[in-house]
Write a protein of this length. Structure first.
Length: 114
C-alpha cells in the first residue's frame, strides 16, 4: 500500500508553483481567524498540500519542514531532516489566537528537544 501511495504523496509535496514565496494571510472574518504570518521574515513556499519552510528556525524547524493548519487550530508538521512529525489538535476559535500560538510554540520546542 505505501509503495502505491508514495507517487501521490511525492506529488503533493513537490514544488509546482516555482519559487513564489508566501507571506501573511489577511483575515476576511476576524471573529473566526486573525490576520497571521507563520514565521515572519522567513522564506516560505507553498506546495499543493502544505507550506514549506525554506530555512532553519533554531530550536524548532529545519529547512524543508512542511506544515499545515485548519481553522479550528488543528496543526501538523513534519521535518524530514530531523525525521520527526507532530500533530497538535484543538477545537478553538479564533484561528491563531495568541493563547494557542504560545502553546503551539512550547509544544514544538518540546518535541524538538526529545
Amino acid at each position: 500500500m505505501a509503495t502505491t501511495l508514495w507517487p501521490l504523496f511525492a506529488a503533493l509535496l513537490s514544488n509546482q508553483i516555482s519559487d513564489i514565496e508566501i507571506g501573511g494571510l489577511k483575515t476576511a472574518a476576524p471573529k473566526i481567524t486573525a490576520t497571521c504570518e507563520a514565521f515572519p521574515g522567513r522564506k516560505k513556499t507553498h506546495r499543493i498540500a502544505v507550506v514549506r519552510v525554506a530555512e532553519d528556525i533554531p530550536g524548532m524547524r529545519s529547512a524543508g519542514l512542511q506544515f499545515w493548519a485548519g481553522v479550528l487550530n488543528t496543526h501538523f508538521w513534519f521535518d524530514p531532516k530531523k525525521n520527526v512529525a507532530a500533530v497538535l489538535l484543538t477545537q478553538s476559535l479564533p484561528f491563531v489566537e495568541t493563547r494557542f500560538l504560545d502553546a503551539q510554540e512550547k509544544f514544538e520546542r518540546a518535541v524538538h528537544t526529545q
